[in-house]
Design a protein. Structure first.
Length: 334
């Protein structure tokens, strides 16, 4: 029997992925390559929905791809590619744009948040239609599952609605995807503001742990993470959101259940606990950083790996788009 298909993407909008990306997405990508027919992309088309510098985008796209391979994605087990190498993403997005209501798109909270930051009139139409491009990414590969963090739930619902609408109007074409969200790591929060998600665009440098960061600063940031005035290491989202976030991080990184961690640090205060969290982070990130540096040292080989991925992704994308063109009523090219 064919393996179920998985698709997920990540934006090349920073010089490094952060712990939220790693636990909420990347680590699951690595696990899922074993049991799924997995497609993972560096979504550079999404990255230009906000103002960008071309040279920086090129550099960050390679850094993103290198981190994916360094985190354990194996080109023999899954397909890793750059979104703009497969033009069908943009083509399908156009078709889906024409099926999306203005009000429907306007309800997307990520657009509201991001455009509020830029000033409503400064935000691009591309930022507005971002979720529709994301729907195209997913539907193009007929994905059964999409591993994401909690922030992407609403976009996944839109994807299902658009897929269903297309199927209803033009005949069965798309698989409707299910989100794949791990409850324990669906929202890693900012170390300085545990009410907000850890985020490259809105976290302060002290609030975010970067995968490519050196051990020294990583340790310092964890030690300075906001906790609360008590001393008890206990999971309690309401009263101890900072400690709870650190417990989630340590539990996810070491595979130790939270109650076991609570028992281990009983009566010890925050110091030892934070030190151990910092070590767990450094231990997880160091090999990824070292492998990323090696991969980036040979750009030709990295670009070749991405070309192989684009070749495989393109085959699937072309098959879906041929069907879409026909169903929509576009004239075949003689
Ligand atoms: N804090 C988080 N906790 C859990 N999962 C998270 N993800 C992001 N932040 C967290 C997941 O990472 C994947 C890649 O996301 P992206 O490239 O779309 O980046 P993002 O969501 O835009 O990440 P940021 O840091 O929040 O960037 P900005 O600030 O630009 O919006 C997704 O699966 C996401 O759920």
């Amino acid at each position: 029997m064919a393996r179920p298909r998985v698709l997920s993407g990540i934006q090349p909008t920073a010089d490094s992925f952060h712990l939220g990306n790693y636990l909420g997405a990347l680590r699951q990508w690595v696990t899922m390559q074993e049991t799924y027919d997995a497609f993972y992309c560096v979504v550079d088309l999404h990255a230009i929905t906000v103002p960008h510098d071309p040279a920086e985008l090129r550099r960050r796209s390679r850094v993103a791809a290198a981190q994916l391979f360094a985190a354990g994605l194996d080109p023999d087990r899954c397909t890793v590619f750059v979104q703009s190498h497969v033009p069908e993403h943009a083509e399908l997005a156009w078709v889906l744009n024409c099926l999306t209501g203005m009000g429907e798109a306007a309800r997307m909270t990520q657009f509201k948040d991001k455009s509020a930051k830029q000033g409503e009139n400064a935000a691009s139409v591309g930022l507005f239609t971002y979720p529709i491009l994301q729907a195209a990414d997913i539907l193009l590969y007929q994905a059964d599952r999409v591993p994401v963090g909690a922030d992407q739930k609403q976009h996944l619902e839109l994807t299902r609605d658009l897929g269903q609408r297309f199927n209803h109007r033009f005949g069965e074409t798309f698989t409707l995807p299910q989100p794949h969200i791990l409850k324990e790591v669906e929202k890693i929060t900012d170390l300085q503001d545990p009410s907000a998600k850890m985020s490259k665009s809105s976290s302060s440098p002290q609030g975010i742990l970067d995968v490519l960061e050196a051990p020294g600063p990583l340790r310092k940031k964890v030690m300075r993470a906001v906790t609360d005035t008590g001393t008890e290491v206990r999971a309690d989202d309401e009263n101890k959101p900072g400690v709870t976030n650190l417990l989630r991080i340590q539990s996810a990184l070491t595979g130790t259940p939270i109650p076991e961690l609570e028992a281990r640090y009983a009566g010890q205060g925050y110091g030892t606990f934070k030190k151990d969290v910092a070590e767990a982070v450094v231990e997880a990130f160091t090999p990824i950083r070292e492998r990323t540096e090696k991969l980036l040292a040979n750009e030709t080989e990295l670009d070749r790996m991405l070309a192989v991925g684009a070749g495989r992704a393109g085959e699937v994308a072309r098959r879906t788009m041929a069907m879409v063109r026909d169903r929509v009523g576009f004239l075949p090219r003689a």
